[in-house]
Design a protein around this ligand. Structure first.
Ligand code: SF4
Length: 549
């Protein structure tokens, strides 16, 4: 495993001292024009030039068809909520940055728009961030070379707040303030971001990004509390919403989870004693770290690089636990343990419950919509006795976008990603298991694909979660409520719209029942609209609006 990690060369490592003095990537106003009671210059990475090189080295696209050719993102067409972000942190490991790089690979499914690592050499922080996949940002060993030291944090970005394509919004963020340097990586979404930012800006704070995470750094910087842990606790007490955070200073790694525990965060330990924090246990597995436990909701865990002592404290605010059930339905990797439950087992149980609640008498085969429907389809097949088959083959090589000849060819996204296996489907009555339906834009295409090209006789859609009727405010990119198809159509109307022979959803009771006693500790707001934290109305002024001078 270690052989696959880009290693540092000593000469490359020696060049890392240039990491700390790059200009701010982006400001809403020039700093000189503003009174600044607070200055928190977010440092760009040493590879700003690298990023520019990366971008300019991408060959220009030659559109093969007419001027109507369209670049289509597969994210526009897959009808899934999109994952928040992934965070990773490690301390006490001589190969901290390399372990972080591997951890981010294991968390790649949580965000594909950008990635970054910040390391500490014991006295200073070093940062490399960029747009794209982990493998694109860290495309060879030289990209990891500046990241010296025995502690590091990393982040995979999917934008739920802040402009998706802005380099400045790629985390971890690094700030310099009166007590030195501080880096942060955040998974989640702050529902009071606008009001916090408005308040900070009215006191003179200058922001360099449009990300909600930056307010956390400002709150820490403006806190009068001592020492650092107290400042972090005080800042986090002001936050409302979802936050699983890892912070890095010159000598400390700190992990914090919001009092509801919306997003996952786990702790592990490597055989060499290094302490690891990660969004999912799959990241621990990849670096041979043992899963120790979850970071509890509201918990603050600090590890000092000098003695590796672990200090635990809690935020004062206590809330009922409300962990995101969608982590089990769709987001998390099946080989992860999330909120203490193995994800593959949850999905299997969802499918088995679906078979009992919504059987398909006379069906010949059960097939998943790959990949996320796989374990639920196995559960349905196991409980019903209907044979499991791979009737749809997913292409893993489509990439994140493709060129469609014209606007009408957007349907190509489904065909490019999913190919029906006629030899398995032809003449059969088929149960198709999908994890969820959001806008309903792809389900009808999948049904057409199975019927018209796979030549199936009947298609019975079974969905391994309840109808989605609410948007998420806690770090998941869901459409507005009016775009959710289950808000417009009942099950039978939706069946007609999709064009399948029958349609069934897993009930809320059965879904939560799969977690036993843990059923009361789950957020289910996108199925019930019972929001644990009410999203405040946005202020009249949007973030980034400038006041009259
Ligand atoms: Fe998860 Fe839905 Fe709650 Fe958002 S609203 S945290 S997606 S369960």
């Amino acid at each position: 495993m270690a052989a696959a990690v880009p290693r540092l060369s000593s000469s490359a490592a020696a060049s890392s001292s240039s990491t700390l003095n790059h200009p701010t990537l982006r400001r809403h106003k020039p700093s000189s024009s503003l009174p600044s009671s607070l200055r928190l210059p977010l440092q760009s990475s040493p590879c700003l030039s690298h990023r520019l090189t990366l971008r300019s080295s991408v060959p220009s696209l030659r559109l093969p068809c007419s001027a109507a050719a369209t670049q289509v993102s597969v994210f526009d067409t897959d009808d899934k909520p999109h994952e928040q972000c992934g965070v990773f942190g490690i301390i006490g490991d001589p190969d901290a940055a390399q372990m972080c790089y591997l951890g981010l690979h294991a968390l790649q499914h949580r965000g594909q728009e950008g990635a970054g690592i910040v390391s500490s050499d014991g006295s200073a922080l070093h940062s490399v961030t960029g747009l794209g996949l982990v493998s694109e940002v860290f495309s060879d060993a030289s990209k990891l070379a500046p990241l010296v030291g025995s502690a590091a944090i990393g982040h995979n970005r999917y934008s739920t707040s802040g402009a998706a394509s802005a380099l400045a919004n790629v985390q971890p963020f690094v700030a310099g303030y009166r007590f030195g340097q501080l880096a942060v990586a955040h998974n989640g979404n702050l529902v009071n971001y606008r009001s916090l930012r408005h308040e900070l800006e009215s006191k003179g704070s200058i922001f360099s990004t449009t990300s909600d995470t930056e307010v956390i750094l400002h709150l820490i910087a403006t806190s009068a509390a001592r020492p650092l842990i107290a400042r972090i606790v005080e800042a986090c007490e002001s936050l409302s919403g979802a936050f699983s955070l890892v912070f890095l200073t010159a000598d400390k790694l700190i992990a914090v989870r919001d009092p509801h525990g919306f997003r996952p965060l786990v702790m592990g330990r490597r055989p060499n004693g290094a302490v690891v924090f990660a969004s999912e246990t799959s990241a621990l597995d990849l670096i041979s770290a043992e899963y120790v436990r979850e970071v509890n909701p509201g918990e603050v865990i600090a590890v000092d690089v000098n003695d590796m002592l672990i200090a635990t404290s809690y935020l004062l605010t206590r809330k009922p636990r409300k962990s995101c059930v969608f982590e089990h339905i769709y987001f998390s990797s099946p080989n992860s343990i999330i909120f203490g439950h193995p994800v593959h087992a949850s999905r299997y149980n969802f499918g088995a419950a679906l078979a009992r609640e919504s059987p398909a008498p006379g069906a010949d085969i059960v097939i998943p919509v790959p990949d996320s429907g796989l374990f639920a389809a196995l559960g349905f097949a196991g409980a019903s006795g209907v044979p499991f088959k791979q009737g749809l083959i997913r292409s893993h090589y489509v990439g994140r976008s493709f060129i469609a000849p014209n606007q009408e060819e957007r349907d190509l996204a489904v065909k490019l990603k999913l190919a029906p296996v006629e030899g398995i489907l032809a003449g059969k009555s088929v149960v198709v298991i999908d994890d969820s339906i959001v806008r309903g834009t792809t389900s009808s295409k999948i049904v057409r694909l199975i019927k018209n090209e796979g030549k199936a006789r009947e298609v019975h859609m079974r969905i391994a979660c309840p109808p989605i009727v609410g948007s998420c405010y806690y770090g998941v990119d869901t459409p507005r409520a009016e775009e959710l198809i289950s808000n417009r159509l009942g099950v039978n109307e939706l069946r007609q719209e999709i064009g399948c022979d029958s349609l069934g959803f897993l009930s809320l009771e059965s879904m939560k029942g799969a977690f036993g006693e843990g059923r009361h500790m789950l957020c289910d707001a996108c199925f019930t609209r019972k929001y644990p934290v009410t999203a405040p109305e946005p202020l009249a002024a949007e973030v980034g609006d400038e006041a009259e001078d």
